[in-house]
Design a protein around this ligand. Structure first.
Ligand code: DUC
Ligand code: ZN
Ligand code: ZN
Length: 491
C-alpha cells in the first residue's frame, strides 16, 4: 500500500499567501505532505503547468429553496452541487430559509433531508431568519448556533421577509450573545415600494423598471442604517451582494472607523449592467435580481472595493429560476417587473469569471483570487483552516486550474437547471480541470466522478470575524454611554 491515497504532482500550489511548485500528498481525505518528489500514491494526478488552488467555498447560493411565495429554485442539491463542483468549488453554504410561522428547527431538518442524499461536495447552511419570535431568538437560534449554524441572513426589504429596525436589534443581540455572523440584505423597503407604485401606476412595468425601482440610494441608506444598528449592538455584520459605489463607500467608512463590517459583491454586479434588463421583450427578466446590476461606473467602483479590501468575498448569489411558468415567468408570459422571480444563476461561473476578468486582465493577482473565492469565506464562516487553504492537516480540497484554457460560455456546457446563462457567449480564459474534495476526485476529464450524497455536512465554528469588538470606539459612538456591561448581549 502507498503512503498516500492521492498525490497531485508538480503543480503550482497557490494559496492566499504563498506559491510554490511542489507535490501534495493526501491520506484519508487530508493533506499529509507538501514537498518535492513525494513517494508514490495509489492515484496520481500530473498538475505540471497548472495551478493547484484551495477548492472554492461558495458561501452565498440558494439551493432547493422555496421563496416566500412558494416558488422553488430550479436546482436541487444534486444539480447545484454538481454545477458548483464543475465551477471549481468544493464547499457550498446555501440557506435554510425560515418563512413566517416556521420553526427554525423544522426548517433545518427539512434542508438536511433534501441535501443529505444529493450533495456531491461538502455543505453547510446559513439560516434565514424572517420570524424572530421570542421562541426563535430565545431557544431555537441559540441551539442551532451551538450546533454549527454559525451565520444567518436577515432582510431589510421584501414584504414577507423583512425585519424592522427593532427586530434587527433583537437579532443582532442574539448573534452577539451566541456567536454568529449576521448577513444583511440591505435595501430600503419603503423607497422601493414608493418608486414601484409610481412606476406601475404610470404603466412602466417592463423588466428594466425593476432596476429603477431598486434605486441606488435604497441600498446605501439601508447599508448605512444596518451599520448603525450593528454599531449600537456591537455585533459584526456582513453586507451581502453590494451593487453600488455608494453602498461600498458606507462599508469602507465603517471599516475605516475600526468596525467589524464586511462586504460581499457578486459577478452580476461586476459583469452585467442595467442594459441587460433592457434586452428585447421579456429577455430582460433573465437579469432581474435584487439588488439589480447597475452601470459601468458602479462596476469600476466595485473592482476598486475588491482591490482595496472593502470586499472580503465574491459570491455567486446563485438563485436559479427557469425561464418559464415554474420560475421567472410564474405570473404569465408578460408579467410586470413586480411579478418576475428575482435571481440569476451563476454558481459554475463565479470562479472562471473572476479568474478571467480579474487575474488574466490584471485587475487582481492570483492570491487575491484565492482569498475572494475560498479563504475569506472559510474564515468568515468558521471553516478555516479546515477549508480555504492548502497546508498539512487541511481537508484535501483542491482545484486544479488551467490558467490558459480558453472557452466560450455556453449554457449547454453548464450543469445547473436554470435553462440559460446570463453570461452566454462570453469568452473566458482559465478554467478548472480537476476538482478534489476531501481527497475524492469529484470532477476530472469533464465528467462527474462521485455519487450523489457523497458530500458531507459541515458544522461550523464561530469565527473571529463574528466576535464583537467588546469596546466602544469614540469616533463612532461619541456618547460611549452604556458601557460594555449593559451591551444587549448581556441583557
Ligand atoms: N435577491 C435576493 O435577495 N436573493 C436571491 C436572489 C435575489 O435576486
Ligand atoms: Zn439578498
Ligand atoms: Zn441571495
Amino acid at each position: 500500500m502507498s503512503e498516500y491515497d492521492l498525490v497531485v504532482r508538480g503543480g503550482n500550489v497557490t494559496t492566499a499567501s504563498s506559491q510554490s511548485v511542489c507535490d501534495i500528498g493526501v491520506k484519508d481525505g487530508v493533506v499529509t505532505a507538501i514537498g518535492r518528489s513525494l513517494g508514490p500514491g495509489d492515484r496520481e494526478i500530473d498538475a505540471t503547468g497548472l495551478l493547484v488552488l484551495p477548492g472554492g467555498v461558495e458561501a452565498h447560493c440558494h439551493i432547493e429553496q422555496k421563496s416566500a411565495f412558494g416558488l422553488m429554485t430550479a436546482d436541487d442539491f444534486e444539480s447545484a452541487t454538481i454545477s458548483a463542483a464543475f465551477g471549481g468549488n468544493t464547499t457550498v453554504i446555501p440557506f435554510a430559509a425560515q418563512h413566517k410561522g416556521d420553526s427554525l428547527r423544522a426548517v433545518v431538518e427539512d434542508y438536511h433531508a433534501r441535501a443529505r442524499p444529493k450533495a456531491v461536495i461538502d455543505y453547510g447552511y446559513h439560516l434565514i431568519v424572517s420570524d424572530p419570535t421570542p421562541e426563535v431568538l430565545g431557544q431555537e437560534l441559540p441551539a442551532l448556533i451551538r450546533e454549527g449554524f454559525t451565520s444567518f441572513k436577515v432582510y431589510m426589504t421584501y414584504e414577507l421577509l423583512r425585519l424592522d429596525d427593532h427586530q434587527m436589534l433583537d437579532v443582532l443581540a442574539t448573534a452577539r450573545r451566541d456567536g454568529a455572523l449576521v448577513m444583511v440584505h440591505a435595501e430600503n423597503y419603503d423607497m422601493i415600494r414608493w418608486i414601484t407604485e409610481r412606476l406601475v401606476n404610470t404603466g412602466n412595468t417592463a423588466p428594466k423598471f425593476h432596476a429603477i425601482s431598486h434605486a441606488r440610494v435604497a441600498e446605501s441608506e439601508a447599508t448605512h442604517r444596518a451599520i448603525a444598528l450593528s454599531t449600537l449592538a456591537d455585533t459584526p455584520m456582513l453586507i451581502v451582494h453590494v451593487s453600488t459605489e455608494e453602498g461600498s463607500a458606507e462599508i469602507r467608512r465603517a471599516q475605516d472607523a475600526g468596525l467589524k463590517i464586511y462586504g460581499e459583491t457578486c459577478p452580476q454586479y461586476l459583469f452585467l449592467t442595467v442594459d441587460d434588463l433592457d434586452r428585447d421583450g421579456m429577455e430582460g427578466a433573465k437579469f432581474c435580481c435584487s439588488p439589480p446590476p447597475r452601470d459601468a461606473d458602479a462596476q469600476e467602483a466595485l473592482w476598486r472595493g475588491i482591490r482595496n479590501g472593502t470586499f472580503q468575498i465574491v459570491s455567486s448569489d446563485h438563485a436559479p429560476y427557469s425561464f418559464d411558468s415554474n420560475g421567472k415567468l410564474y405570473a404569465g408570459p408578460n408579467p410586470p417587473f413586480t411579478k418576475i422571480a428575482n435571481g440569476v444563476p451563476g454558481i459554475e461561473l463565479r470562479m472562471p469569471l473572476l479568474f478571467s476578468e480579474g487575474v488574466v486582465k490584471g485587475r487582481i493577482d492570483i492570491h487575491k483570487f484565492v482569498e475572494l473565492t475560498s479563504t475569506n469565506a472559510a474564515r468568515l464562516y468558521g471553516l478555516f483552516p479546515r477549508k480555504g487553504t492548502i497546508a498539512v492537516g487541511t481537508d484535501a480540497d483542491l482545484v486544479i486550474w488551467d490558467p490558459t484554457l480558453e472557452r466560450v460560455v455556453r449554457y449547454a456546457d453548464l450543469h445547473d437547471r436554470a435553462g440559460y446563462s446570463p453570461y452566454e457567449g462570453k469568452h473566458l480564459t482559465g478554467w478548472p480541470v480537476t476538482v478534489v474534495n476531501r481527497g475524492r476526485v469529484v470532477v476530472s476529464d469533464g465528467e462527474l466522478q462521485v455519487q450523489a450524497g457523497s458530500g458531507q455536512f459541515l458544522a461550523r465554528d464561530t469565527s473571529d470575524f463574528a466576535k464583537p469588538l467588546g469596546q466602544r470606539l469614540p469616533e463612532v459612538d461619541p456618547a460611549r454611554n452604556f458601557g460594555a456591561d449593559i451591551l444587549p448581549g448581556d441583557l
